[in-house]
Each structure stands twice: as structure tokens, then as C-alpha cells.
Design a binder for this molecule. Structure first.
Ligand code: BDP
Length: 613
């Protein structure tokens, strides 16, 4: 029996970051099947599922919705983070017989194993990013196919993000971060096909422009041996076509576009890029939309198309009652509507990459994204082995995030970590302390990994209040989360802002790089008021935000202000998290504005304010 189990585990292939570049698409050469719906679900707290071959069919299972976190759908498992099993059944259309068939899981938090018809397929580590496996060898025709996914979300210290670290957050569940560890199949699961003979595996589009002429460098990777292809760019009423020839399964096109329409906030113009693979006939094709724009940084600002852009916006979460972190398009659209309503132009996907529809929507409406991997609450004062394991996982997450999101014009920067600290319990330490030295080296390594993958976007890490000053310079522009007047200088906004001012001036004098405050804010219980601002009231939250903005409006090197948070969100239980919620939202969890949301709307739409460029 044991031997059978081991063999089974060994046959599970590791997911490959390179396989997730192209989102499933339906056209003349490809097909898709969205498996969203009601699945079977079973808790495996005794870890007997594999031994008992649950992949051959879940008995006595419950029903659960996919996508959606499981924690709040079923009774009694809110805090359960151990093994669970999901199963669904589907016929595969007979027209797919001569195609390659893949399974794509949008996000499984945290560790997932996949079986098809009882056969081991593969495993993936880490939530919030997709993974793909070929299932050609496993599908059955003319009968139902069983898809089984085992998920486990143990809070472990050698994971990203870390749990059970005995770190700065003492919460239940024991996560070293301030958001609820919602688990399960949070995004849709797809089956999709590509042609057997040869298919387009990935497309990387690098936009640029010189004067009024735009360019798109299109790199195409195929699986198979098609000799030739065509790249067709359209969108402005014209078509620009270039033939390509493959060498070692790679081909490049450089498309030049006269009178280019740039992608920017006012006019987020998208070009359609179509790649066709062919020999005598067309074998495969794939279309994506992208924009032509550049992102750069000078010593004072982030520049979009060479012009300074002031980043007004929020850090947020994928978080909603019952659904948890499950994909929910109506809420996603509503959130963009509300962010625009406040006058915001940008958002950080704190603290993990969001669902892919989020980026497509941002591309269309003209919204800027700082895209972040789930490397939150990292520290460097435990064993070398844990540090190395987390670094390996983070590096892979960077590759996955880049591969998934690289063609979105809305993505203007990569964030490699949120609030890493030398010590699990926070603190700056001395320059020579090992955790300070190692931390800087590891973060720099992550920044160089993403910059090697992508030289067209700035990269940064998001710094914690009270962290080492010597780390700040490794980012292309400096990102600071600061809560003076909340976690320190409690109740005293004025003193908090004075300290903020000192730190800003000192940091800019030292590094001469633009600074974004990626988090600042205060908890406010909606409906709680005071005549003089007092902590936890709407007045205090508004005043806190106002005084920070008043300060930074006078600093021309502050390139952005992101309020923490867009909306109240669920987190672990703890003595500073009343009812298990973080109330720093300027909207409530059900998206009603607090006083600060109205204040931001006035402030960020005020055309007389010189920061609103
Ligand atoms: C920062 C974290 C964020 C927290 C926030 C807070 O980056 O995840 O939710 O502070 O305490 O430490 O509200």
C-alpha cells in the first residue's frame, strides 16, 4: 500500500511557470471549458485521502461553489486550513479528440495536487497564481471525466507568505500577515485545447515609441515545428502585418506603427495583437490586447510616456463576505467604479497577484497597477534553510507573476515583497547584523530576478515602518508603509506627521529617488463619530489621511499616495482586530463610503491642486 502511495506522489509533475503565459482562448483553433459551478468537497483532517484513493471518487462529499474560498461557505470550517479535496465531473466534447488538452487552475491556496480520472497529473505550490498541466494522456471519451484537486493551506514558517512564525502578528489563524488565509479554489478552473501539430505557447509584447511612431516587439514561442507565422496588429482602423520565421521554436516581429495612439490614463488605447502559426495552412492563432506606453523613473517621479504621473489610490484586498477571496466579477467592477469615483488612478495588488480579469479591466479603463507577489511578512532571523526555501518560492512566484501579467499596459511596476523585516518581531537592527545583511541580499536578488525578466518596468519592495534604512535604496523608487499617528504616536496625528516629514526629507536627501507612500491610514468604525478627531472614528481617519496628504503635497519627490485600505477586510482574530476585521477601509466591507472616501473624492478631483497632474 505504502509503495503504491509513493509511486502515485512521484508521478505528480511539478507545475512550470513557463506554461501559464497565455490565458485560455476560444477561436477556430482552440477551445475552452470553464468548470465553474458546484463541485464536491470533503475535509481530510486525518490525512487518509491519498491512502484511501479519494482521487477515485469522493464519497459522502458536501457541495461547494467554485470559484470561492471554502472557509465561509460551509459550517464549522472557517479556520480549518488543512487538507481538503475538490471533485467535479465533465464530458469532454468529442471535437477535442485531435487537440492537446490542458487543465488550468486560476488559484489554489496554498498547495495543490491534481488527478484526472484517478491518474496523478501534477502539483503546485503557492496561492494566487495559475498553473497548467497537460491531461492528454488521462482523458476519456464518451464518458464522464473526474477531476480531483487536493488542497492544503497549513500555516508554515517555510512558506510564502509565512505562517506560524511566532512573529509580529499574534493572530488566529497563526499567519504572519494581516489578512485572512482564505483557502480553496479561489479562481475558475478551465480545460482548454491547443492544436496538436504545433501551437503558440507564449507571446511577449514589448511596447515602445519614438516621436509619433510606436513599436511593438513581439516574441513568439511555439511548441512544435511550424516554420512560419504572421503577426497582425490592428486597432486604429489599420492593420500592420509582419511575417515571421521560427528558429528553435522562437520568432520575433517588430511592428512599427505610424501616428501611434499611446495608452494613457485619459485614453487607454488598446491595440489587438494577433499571432498566426502556419505551414501550408493556418495551424494556430492567438489574440491579445495591449497598449503602447513607457514607464520610467527620474529622481522625482514615476513617468508614464515620459510625463510625471502622481499615483493616487489604494492598497486593497480581494475580499468579500462569504466568497472570501473567490473571484467575483461584479465586486471587481464595482471596486474599479468606486476607486474612479474617489479620483484614484492606481492600485497595488496587496499582497498577492489578483484575478486576471482585474488586469484586463484596468487595461481597458486606464488604471495603473503595482503588481505584488505574496511575499508578505518575510523575515531573515530564522534558519538558513527556511530563508532559502522562502527565497526559492518567492523567485518562482516572480516568474509566474511576470509570465502571467507581462503584456498588461496597466502594470507599471513589480513589487517583490511587502514589509520584509530582518527580524520576525520587526525592528531595524544594526547594519552589520546578519539578518540585516542577508535580508538586503535576498531582496536585491529578487529585484534583480524580475529586472532580468523585464527591463521595461521599475521594481521595488515595500518597506515597513521602523525597518532598516539601508535597504530602502534597492528599489527603483522607494515605497513606504507608514503609520505614525496610528501604531506609534497613538492619537496624535500632528506628531505622527512631523515624524513622517523628517523621515521623508532624510530619505530623499540620502537616496535622491522618488517616494511613494504605499500605505498610510487609520481604522474607522463606520458610524462612529467624535467632535474632535479620536481614534477609530470617521473623523480621525479622515484627519489622518488629510494631514498626510497636506504634508506630501508639498514634496515634489513624493510620486504617489496609496491609502490603506480601499475597503474594510477580514483578517485573523487578535486583540487589535475587533471582530476579526481590519477597519482601515475608506469604504466598508460592503462598499459604502465612510467620511474619508468623500474627502478623497473632493481632494483627488480638485483641479486646482497641483498634485493632481
Ligand atoms: C501593514 C501591512 C498591511 C496591514 C496594515 C495594517 O502591510 O497588510 O493590514 O499594515 O496594520 O503592516 O493595517
Amino acid at each position: 500500500m505504502l509503495i503504491a502511495v509513493l509511486t502515485n506522489a512521484q508521478q505528480l509533475k511539478k507545475a512550470n511557470a513557463e506554461d501559464i503565459g497565455l490565458f485560455p482562448q476560444r477561436n477556430n483553433h482552440r477551445n475552452t471549458l470553464d468548470l465553474s459551478g458546484i463541485w464536491k468537497f470533503k475535509v481530510d483532517s486525518l490525512h487518509v485521502g491519498e491512502k484511501e484513493s479519494w482521487f477515485n471518487g469522493l464519497s459522502k462529499a458536501q457541495s461547494i461553489a467554485v470559484p470561492g474560498s471554502y472557509n465561509e461557505q460551509l459550517n464549522g470550517i472557517r479556520d480549518y486550513l488543512d487538507l481538503v479535496w475538490y471533485e467535479t465531473e465533465t464530458y469532454i466534447p468529442k471535437e477535442w479528440k485531435d487537440q492537446n488538452i490542458f487543465i488550468r487552475v486560476g488559484s489554489a491556496v496554498y498547495h495543490a495536487k491534481v488527478w484526472v480520472n484517478g491518474k496523478p497529473v501534477g502539483y503546485h505550490e503557492g496561492g494566487h497564481l495559475p498553473f497548467v498541466f497537460s491531461v492528454n494522456d488521462h482523458v476519456k471519451w464518451n464518458e464522464k471525466n473526474r477531476i480531483t484537486i487536493q488542497i492544503e493551506n497549513e500555516m508554515r514558517v517555510d512558506r510564502v507568505p509565512t505562517g506560524n512564525s511566532n512573529g509580529a502578528f499574534s493572530s488566529f489563524p497563526s499567519a504572519n500577515y494581516d489578512f485572512f488565509p482564505y483557502s480553496g479554489l479561489n479562481r475558475p478552473v478551465w480545460l482548454y485545447t491547443t492544436p496538436k501539430k504545433a501551437y503558440i505557447k507564449d507571446i511577449t509584447v514589448i511596447p515602445n515609441y519614438q516621436g509619433t511612431t510606436g513599436s511593438l516587439d513581439v516574441k513568439v514561442e511555439q511548441v512544435g515545428n511550424a516554420k512560419k507565422g504572421t503577426v497582425i496588429v490592428s486597432g486604429d482602423g489599420k492593420e500592420y502585418t509582419q511575417e515571421i520565421t521560427f528558429k528553435d521554436q522562437l520568432a520575433n516581429a517588430k511592428i512599427s506603427i505610424p501616428n501611434v495612439k499611446l495608452w494613457d490614463l485619459e485614453n487607454p488605447f488598446l491595440y489587438n495583437v494577433k499571432v498566426v502559426l502556419k505551414d501550408s495552412d493556418i495551424i494556430d492563432s492567438y489574440e491579445l490586447e495591449t497598449g503602447i506606453r513607457t514607464v520610467s523613473v527620474n529622481n522625482k517621479s514615476v513617468l508614464l510616456n515620459g510625463k510625471p504621473v502622481y499615483l493616487k489610490g489604494f492598497g486593497k484586498h480581494e475580499d468579500f463576505p462569504v466568497i472570501g477571496r473567490g473571484q467575483t466579477n461584479p465586486v471587481m467592477i464595482k471596486d474599479f467604479e468606486l476607486m474612479k469615483w474617489t479620483g484614484a488612478n492606481s492600485v497595488r495588488t496587496s499582497h498577492y497577484p489578483y484575478d486576471e480579469e482585474f488586469y484586463r479591466t484596468a487595461d481597458k479603463i486606464g488604471f495603473l497597477i503595482i503588481d505584488e507577489i505574496p511575499n508578505v511578512g518575510m523575515f531573515f532571523d530564522d534558519s538558513d534553510q527556511n530563508i532559502e526555501t522562502r527565497q526559492r518560492i518567492s523567485s518562482n512566484m516572480l516568474k509566474e507573476m511576470y509570465t502571467r501579467d507581462k503584456n498588461h499596459p496597466s502594470v507599471i511596476s513589480w513589487s517583490v515583497a511587502n514589509e520584509p523585516s530582518p527580524f520576525a518581531k520587526f525592528g531595524a537592527g544594526k547594519e552589520t547584523d546578519k539578518p540585516v545583511v542577508v535580508g538586503k541580499q535576498k531582496l536585491s536578488e529578487l529585484i534583480s530576478i524580475i529586472k532580468k525578466l523585464d527591463s521595461t518596468r521599475p521594481a521595488l519592495y515595500v518597506s515597513v515602518m521602523g525597518g532598516p534604512e539601508s535597504w530602502l535604496g534597492i528599489s527603483d523608487y522607494i515605497a513606504m508603509n507608514r503609520y505614525y499617528g496610528w501604531y506609534t504616536n497613538v492619537g496624535n496625528i500632528k506628531e505622527g506627521v512631523r515624524i513622517m516629514k523628517e523621515e521623508l526629507e532624510k530619505t530623499y536627501a540620502k537616496y535622491n529617488k522618488p517616494i511613494i507612500i504605499t500605505e498610510f491610514g487609520a481604522d474607522a468604525q463606520a458610524g462612529m463619530h467624535s467632535d474632535q478627531p479620536e481614534m477609530f472614528t470617521e473623523e480621525y481617519q479622515k484627519e489622518f489621511i488629510k494631514q498626510y496628504l497636506d504634508l506630501t503635497d508639498s514634496k515634489d519627490y513624493v510620486t504617489g499616495m496609496h491609502v490603506w485600505n480601499f475597503a474594510d477586510f477580514k483578517t485573523g482574530q487578535g486583540i487589535i482586530r475587533f471582530g476579526g476585521f481590519n477597519y482601515k477601509g475608506v469604504f466598508t466591507r460592503d462598499r459604502r463610503p465612510k467620511a474619508s472616501a468623500h474627502f478623497l473624492r473632493e481632494r483627488w478631483n480638485d483641479k486646482t491642486n497641483k498634485k493632481n497632474y
